[in-house]
Write a protein that binds this ligand. Structure first.
Ligand code: MN
Length: 155
């Protein structure tokens, strides 16, 4: 009986070791705590859930970003570009020197490398998007100044 239990234990350990060597990684929901957008890079209330598993974070940054009404990113650029997939609500994206454009749930937005821009919620409605930015030299964004209330309200 004792011998049988030891054998069973060894099987469990081997099972754990082989699971680590698998080619697919799963990060369970809640494994990474929700963060709040840093005050130098965001205006208003912004919650960020980093979505990463295995080595994926080496190649790009993927985040689910929830903007409360009026909240937005600072002006910034992406070294290799950024894809936004709007999953909830309504908001705005603006390229420097051009009019802001409305974005809604279901829209997909591509921001080319080096383009100065911001994105955020509408003034009266929240907006959530999945943000996928590819990495260059370990960086996926270059942050600049905040979007002032005057700039936000001028849309
Ligand atoms: Mn961006």
């Amino acid at each position: 009986m004792k011998k049988h239990l030891i054998a069973a234990g060894a099987t469990v350990l081997m099972g754990a070791a082989s699971a680590q060597a698998e080619g697919i990684s799963i990060t369970p929901v809640g494994a990474t705590a929700t963060a709040f957008g840093a005050a130098q890079n965001f205006s208003g209330q912004v919650a960020v859930d980093i979505k990463s598993a295995g080595d994926s974070g080496k190649h790009g940054s993927v985040g689910m970003v929830d903007f409360m009404p009026g909240a937005r990113t600072a002006w910034h650029t992406h070294p290799v570009g950024q894809l936004l997939i709007v999953t909830e609500g309504k908001g705005w994206v603006q390229e420097d020197g051009r009019p802001a454009r409305e974005i809604k749930s279901g829209d997909v937005v591509w921001i080319e490398a080096g383009i100065k821009h911001w994105h955020g919620a509408a003034s009266n409605t929240r907006m959530s998007h999945l943000a996928i930015a590819y990495m260059q030299d370990g960086k996926s964004a270059d942050w600049k100044e905040l979007v002032s209330d005057e700039q936000y309200n001028a849309r």
